[in-house]
Design a protein around this ligand. Structure first.
Ligand code: DGL
Length: 252
């Protein structure tokens, strides 16, 4: 079976990594919309259009199912693309529920792009699960650019995070939700800043398991491969492919 993965950029490679653990023999297509990243600073109309174009491309390649491996595109466009295509489409949502369940009375910091943080979809989820008002929402818009530039642990990244967290009493928190797929690459630096008592939770494992459940009954393509595309153009240059490989390794 063929499965399409889509993100505004390199963030979804972290989700693809988890999916390949469950589905090692399938044929994957990965679409990074580098022409339009970052989505987190764009309008709903723009994100809907880009998401539609990406899925049309992936289904055009023969994908049997698609994963919108992007919290921002899910928040903006998941209903729209599900209504537009007659194939299974999975989305991603910040893992607020498990974080609140694990918090044991301490606070939960939910980080995401500015678009996701503003969206009613996230506010609705928080209202549903956060009965004790433990959740703080925090946009981290610049982390996406750092990830795209392969800058995961520079003094600039540390300074940015420390500035963003400076208005919070970090001692009060036991959970940090990585509500943007690009943020998963910053686990190491976030762990160092927040300390070992703070649990870092992302939604990639849950999405990968859900995907495996959905596609289990479809015939397997065999082999196990990934073909990468940048905004619809096949990625062939060695430097980019090496970068993607490094990101995949970083998730091990
Ligand atoms: N990776 C995306 C997410 O999960 C968004 C990054 C962007 O702003 O383009 O939200």
């Amino acid at each position: 079976m063929k499965i399409g993965f889509f993100d505004s950029g390199v963030g979804g490679i972290s989700v693809l990594h988890q999916a390949r653990k469950y589905l090692p023999m399938e044929e994957f297509f990965y679409y990074a919309d580098e022409d339009h990243v970052p989505y987190g600073k764009r309008t709903r109309e723009e994100i809907c259009g880009y998401t539609y174009d990406a899925l049309k491309f992936l289904f055009g390649l023969g994908a049997d199912a698609a994963v919108v491996a992007c919290n921002t595109a899910t928040a903006a466009a998941i209903e729209y693309v599900r209504a537009s295509f007659d194939k299974p489409i999975l989305g991603m949502e910040p893992a607020v529920k498990p974080a609140v369940q694990h918090a044991a009375g301490k606070r939960v910091l939910v980080t995401a792009t500015p678009f996701t943080i503003r969206e009613e979809r996230l506010h609705h989820l928080v209202r549903l699960v956060d009965k004790e008002h433990l959740v703080t929402l925090k946009a981290l818009p610049e982390l996406v650019g750092f990830a795209e530039r392969a800058e995961f642990d520079s003094p600039a990244v540390r300074e940015y995070l420390l500035t963003e967290f400076s208005d919070l009493d970090l001692e009060d928190y036991s959970e940090l939700v990585l509500g943007c797929t690009h943020f998963s690459y910053f686990r190491k630096v976030l762990g160092e800043i927040l300390g070992p008592e703070v649990e870092l939770i992302d939604g990639s494992e849950g999405t990968a398991r859900h995907l495996a459940d959905i596609v289990r009954d479809l015939p397997s393509a065999g082999g196990g491969s990934v073909q990468y595309y940048i905004s619809g153009r096949p990625v062939t240059d060695e430097k980019t492919l090496k970068f993607y490989e490094t990101l995949d390794k970083q998730m091990e």
